[in-house]
Design a protein around this ligand. Structure first.
Ligand SMILES: Nc1nc2[nH]cc(C(=O)O)c2c(=O)[nH]1
Ligand code: SF4
Ligand SMILES: [Mg+2]
Length: 211
């Protein structure tokens, strides 16, 4: 598998925010979001080839049952399902950070898996890539995230929520993860059933790599 980096940090996004978590960041992505904050993982130029066992050996060094698979786009990695099954066997809780453009039905059903699906808004330039069928695959233990750059993105997100039956927590985060006020005020005005959240790791460490 093509790995960009493995690091131990706190979960900075979503309902598990604040939980010490091991991150496995895979290289390679099928999208090209305008505001991507992990350009270095979008192609596999700097990737390290690692087997499932190599990765398991590496993450065993950290003392946490929480693993987050991210990228890039983890779901395009060859062998990702075998890796997920190996993590389940080792009793890890797994968060899968996916961009929503890859079918999610190959992911095993388990209490120990949280699918954290991004829904790409207009400012990303990638809205056409989203697979709306994936929304029906999300259960209450998963989460749906919208990264919001402007009012157009916010209205897009509201429309998606209005037109689809969503069964999991919904999170809105401003692009860059830190300037929360405009988004918070829109949500208060409209009161949709969403949670406004920062990217906690960026509040702590700024826009650094490996955190
Ligand atoms: N601390 C921390 N939390 C994260 N949650 C999701 C991340 C991601 O890049 O997908 C991420 C990340 O890069 N760092
Ligand atoms: S899906 Fe994620 S990694 Fe891929 S281009 Fe968009 S923000 Fe970057
Ligand atoms: Mg990140």
């Amino acid at each position: 598998m093509k790995v960009s980096e493995i690091f131990f940090s706190i979960q900075g996004e979503g309902v598990l925010m604040g939980t010490p978590t091991i991150f496995v960041r895979f290289s390679g992505c099928n999208l090209d979001c305008s505001w991507c904050d992990t350009e270095y993982a979008k192609n596999d130029a700097d990737a390290k080839e690692m087997s499932v066992n190599n990765i398991l050996d590496e993450i065993e060094k950290y003392n946490s049952p929480f693993v987050s698979l991210t990228g890039g786009e983890p779901m395009i990695q060859e062998g990702i399902i075998d890796f997920i099954n190996a993590l389940l066997e080792e009793s890890y809780h797994i968060t899968i950070e996916t961009n929503g453009s890859i079918p999610l039905d190959s992911i095993p059903t388990s209490e120990e898996i949280m699918i954290s699906m991004d829904m790409k808004c207009p400012s990303s330039g990638m809205t056409k890539s989203e697979m709306y069928d994936n929304l029906s695959f999300l259960s209450p233990r998963d989460q749906l995230k919208f990264v919001i750059a402007d009012r157009v993105d916010y209205l897009f997100a509201k429309k998606v929520l209005r037109e689809n039956d969503i069964n999991c927590p919904v999170i809105m985060t401003p692009v860059g993860g830190m300037d929360l006020k405009p988004l918070a005020e829109w949500v208060i005005q409209d009161c949709p059933m969403v949670r406004v959240m920062p990217q906690l790791h960026k509040l702590i460490w700024g826009n650094a790599k490996g955190v």
